[in-house]
Ligand binder design. Structure first.
Ligand code: ATP
Ligand code: MG
Length: 225
């Protein structure tokens, strides 16, 4: 049986992962600060919107819609008209301080049921770990179970702490992990994208150079494959 796949929306990535993300699946995009995680998530949702799919962007950072629209307007590939239409935005940041993790799961499940998205983003998921500490593992386990029950591809973004190769707890639970990184070479910082794992997929391995541009967001450069 052939796996159904959907385009990642990232220039140059689909050919590295057998045509796109397996549908349905739950994936992680991880990297340290400023490596392009949110931009990746935007590329992914905009690709869906262009195809008439529904998308849901959940932020855990208490950032209002206005903030998000300002961020989005810095990029030419993001058409603002998609927001509140094909792409719905939900801020769950305020729930982190007050309520237990069960409430957060309920709200995420509710939001998904409301807009029936084919593409879901939770950006960033690792913030939840700082609030729920010992409950974080349980939260992740239940979250991934909920997400697997929907006909959707979910991208969770994760912050990588200095010295860590990837966020440890979440990496085991998901179907795929893409790592974004920055390395200093000859005095300049270069950005890289690496597919660490993707279940059911014969993917390219190793760090591939990438760029972030105003025009297209993330592009994987073709110099190494
Ligand atoms: N309009 C733009 N055009 C080109 N490059 C941009 C633009 N805006 C941001 N960038 C690049 O993208 C990087 C930030 O990307 P992004 O916000 O997606 O990273 P992130 O991993 O989500 O960061 P954080 O960990 O802070 O959430 C910036 O550091 C900058 O290098
Ligand atoms: Mg971000």
């Amino acid at each position: 049986m052939k796996l159904e796949r959907i385009s990642s929306g990232i220039d140059g990535l689909d050919v590295m992962i057998g045509g796109g993300y397996p549908f349905p699946s739950v994936s992680l995009v991880a990297g340290s600060a400023g490596t392009g995680k949110t931009t990746f998530a935007m590329n992914f949702l905009i690709e869906g919107a262009k195809r008439g799919e529904q998308g849901l962007f959940v932020t855990t950072l208490s950032e209002p819609t206005q903030w998000m629209l300002k961020y989005a307007s810095q990029f030419n590939f993001i058409q603002k008209e998609y927001f509140d239409n094909e792409i719905k935005y939900a801020d769950v940041g305020t729930l982190l301080q007050k309520k237990g993790y069960e409430k957060l799961l309920d709200i995420i499940d509710e939001k998904i049921a409301e807009c029936m998205p084919q593409r879901i983003v939770i950006d960033p998921i690792t913030v939840v770990g700082a609030f729920f500490e010992e409950d974080y593992r349980l939260f992740l386990f239940e979250l991934v179970n909920i997400l697997k029950n929907w006909q959707a591809v979910t991208i969770l973004t994760g912050e990588v702490k200095p010295g860590e190769p990837y966020p440890p707890q979440i990496s085991y639970a998901v179907d795929s992990v893409i790592l974004l990184s920055m390395l200093e070479e000859e005095g300049t910082r270069r950005k890289y994208l690496e597919v660490l794992k993707m279940r059911g997929t014969n993917h390219t391995s190793g760090k591939q150079p990438m760029a972030i541009t105003t025009e297209n967001g993330i592009t994987v450069l073709k110099s190494r494959f």
